[in-house]
Design a protein around this ligand. Sequence first.
Ligand code: 0PR
Length: 367
Amino acid sequence: MGFMQELLEYRAKDIPYSRVLSSMCTIPHPVAVEAHNHFIETNLGDPGIFRGTKELECELMSMLGKLLNNENAAGYICSGGTEANIQGIRAARNLKARKIKNPNIVIPKSAHFSFEKIGDILGVEIRRAELDEEYRVDVASVDGLIDDNTIALVGIAGTTELGQIDPIDELSKLVIERSIELHVDAAFGGLVIPFMDNPYPFDFKLDGVSSITIDPHKMGMATIPSGGILFKDERYLRALEVETPYLTVKAQYTLTGTRPGTGVASAYAVLKTLGFEGMKKIVEECLKNTKIMVEEMEALGFEAVIEPIMNVVCFKTDKAEEFKEELYKMDWVISTIREPKAIRFVIMPHVSEEVIKNFISDFRKII
Ligand code: 0PR
């Protein structure tokens, strides 16, 4: 048996996306794959060599900046939401906290687990604010946790578990009053909210927002890895720089050194091909399918934890873990959340109406 055959056999053991209802990633758009293949050997870690790819990244950042209502936004394509969140907080720390001994940040209890890593790596104390009944961060609770050592607040535009959007406009007012930074984690929502009928305010249109995480490898249908970090202006990138003695450039603001240009090319290809209207159609389809999932689950007697705002939806049940295990035995992947006990579905572009119908028919057998 040739080793390539062997590789394919390993790959065949993976669960196909048509049975994955738990992922924020999806099958890349065909143009993303084509673009990716053309950039397979690129390394943006040394942009003087890959100067065309670097130019393309600048173009993509300018497209994302416009989408997020800031022509001056500066940033780069990284390994994912985790790195983007690290860099958002690291920039805030470097700008604000050089004089502060024990810096802290205030994040919602609903924040992604990447903030656990941030506390550990950056030595920043993480304070967790309470949520309201709709699982948005409670601004009074945030306010109560701020002190003289607070360098930044975090708001989430599309929480991992419920797809909820924090009151970013109120957080923005708060950071302006306190002269601190505001990092918005829109890893998922960044490429959903702008394409919704009544978009929630979450981006640079709000004066307090300093940085935004927005991941093309989630709803942007780019190839993995393609995460995004955008800052209000260049000043934040400068705060991240280290000197690079022997590269084609003198300084590097990224967290990783060697980094692929494939995520830049694939994200660019998707956005250029689909345009604003094309992205809107994809988002509309996902929201329509989310409604179908709600109807199907309600017909089985389940109740949604909150009425879905984007294409993430959870249903209350004490048997969440049991259902997840039983479904996994049938090669269906769903997830569960921390609070309240519930099962969770992310209705990505690969979760078609047909996938939902197939799932419901198997789920009936279990319940
Ligand atoms: N911020 C938010 C709001 C997120 O939802 C995520 C990931 C991150 C940051 C971190 O992004 P990276 O994983 O790109 O570093 N949210 C999903 C999660 O952790 C990611 C995911 C994707 C999980 C595919 C499972 C999966 O199959 O749940």
